[in-house]
Design a protein around this ligand. Structure first.
Ligand code: NAD
Ligand code: GLY
Length: 376
């Protein structure tokens, strides 16, 4: 990762008995309109299938198709409705029909141009289409650039819960163009920022200090500041995923705040009342406070984290959420559906300090219920 200008982060996953999976994340301003040279060497024939949503298509599809045209790469495009509803069995069926109708072959490249919804849906479709085709992530939200486009988790939502049907399928290439973030609504931008704070809170106190000093620049979407924060986040995620691709251990650290977050998302019906990144912000604030209550983390660290999340405009208490506060027992019931529950025991990611998160199964449902009853 270089310090200035364009940045590149490599994700290198040791294959068990098979060759390593290795791909690059390119980060920089203006990459979308000039990304064909990154794609061309990966193509078996000069053709790609693009999946995007209506909002992203309107703002950014032309930049992609122009660079493809100039490189002689032909393309077909599927434009999905924006929003979580597309990340469903219905959305998946629509996408499979379209990919097969367009005779997308096993050697072809599918491109996900959009936020986490398009990335997760397209990645999952790619993981099973003709038993697996390659795909490229071109994330267009801050959340997707620092989290969902990296690491290979793909999937859809089902009535029983979010992301409960999915697969690990790594992209072949990730292109994070800082310019596309300029059209992102403020609320979506703030939600994505929560995931950046998450990496600092997990394992990087100096990065947290840097975020505190650079919050204004980041909020004004300054390219230099964003480029540093996105590359740092991707590098942290790449390092953790390289240790534990399939989440048997260390990768669970990336779920800091998520046990709480998934419960709030569930109780708000996965609606616009609470975006995923907002839920993660609130979840991190609560994980920090719980860590203090259990005598594990100094109050000063928890307060610094909560203050920073609040300064970034993220929810830090249940009263900040439309429809909140919620019944503690309902929240705990929702937590019991979490993917990290094993033999009925919930997993929490707690903190010993900012930058020192750890995984624990030692928090009982009773402790959580009491904690939530005492929280606003
Ligand atoms: P999203 O994909 O729904 O995008 C948010 C909104 O912004 C949409 O309306 C979209 O059309 C619009 N948009 C996207 N890019 C834009 C741009 N550049 N300009 C203007 N509008 C733009 O939401 P998201 O926050 O990117 O992703 C959330 C999803 O990601 C959730 O489903 C979550 O479960 C998933 N996720 C997955 C992982 C993973 O590891 N796979 C990690 C975190 C989150
Ligand atoms: N967003 C959590 C993970 O990728 O593991």
């Amino acid at each position: 990762m270089s310090e200035t200008g364009f940045k590149k982060v490599n994700v290198n996953l040791p294959g068990s008995g098979s060759p390593n999976i290795s791909y690059d994340i390119h980060i920089g301003a203006g990459l979308l309109r000039s990304c064909a040279p990154f794609l061309s060497p990966l193509l078996k024939r000069p053709f790609v299938a693009i999946v995007t949503d209506e909002n992203v298509a309107q703002a950014h599809l032309e930049s992609l198709t122009q660079t493809l045209d100039s490189a002689g790469i032909s393309h077909v495009t599927k434009i999905m409705p924006p929003g979580e509803a597309s990340k469903s069995f219905t959305g998946l069926e629509t996408l499979f029909d379209w990919l097969l109708d367009n005779k997308v072959e096993r050697q072809d490249m599918v491109i996900a141009l959009g936020g986490g919804v398009i990335g997760d849906l397209t990645g999952f479709a790619a993981s099973t289409l003709r038993r697996g085709v390659r795909f490229t992530q071109i994330p267009t939200t801050l959340l997707a650039q620092v989290d969902s486009s990296v690491g290979g988790k793909t999937g859809i939502n089902v009535p029983q819960g979010k992301n409960l049907v999915g697969a690990f399928h790594q992209p072949s290439l990730v292109i994070a163009d800082l310019d596309v973030l300029q059209t992102l609504p403020d609320r979506e931008f703030r939600a994505g920022y929560a995931e950046i704070v998450k990496y600092a809170a997990i394992c990087d106190r100096p990065f947290f200090d840097w975020l505190e000093s650079n919050l204004d620049a980041l909020k004004s979407r300054d390219s230099q500041a964003l480029s540093y924060a996105i590359a740092k986040s991707c590098q942290t995620k790449a390092d953790i995923v390289a240790q534990d691709e399939k989440e048997h251990g260390a990768r669970a650290l990336l779920n800091l705040g998520h046990t709480f977050a998934h419960a709030y998302e569930n109780l708000t019906g996965y609606s616009d009342n609470l975006l995923h990144g907002e839920a993660v912000g609130l979840g991190m604030a609560q994980a920090a406070r719980l860590s203090v209550d259990l005598g594990l983390c100094p109050e000063t660290d928890a307060q610094a984290l909560v203050n920073h999340l609040a300064s970034a405009g993220l929810p830090i208490s249940q009263t900040d959420v439309k429809g909140g506060p919620f019944e503690a027992t309902n929240l705990v019931n929702a937590m019991a559906q979490d993917k990290k529950v094993s033999q009925g025991v919930m997993t929490f990611i707690l903190m010993k300090a900012i930058g020192k998160a750890f995984i624990t199964n030692d928090v009982s449902a009773k402790q959580i219920t009491t904690f939530l009853q005492n929280q606003g």
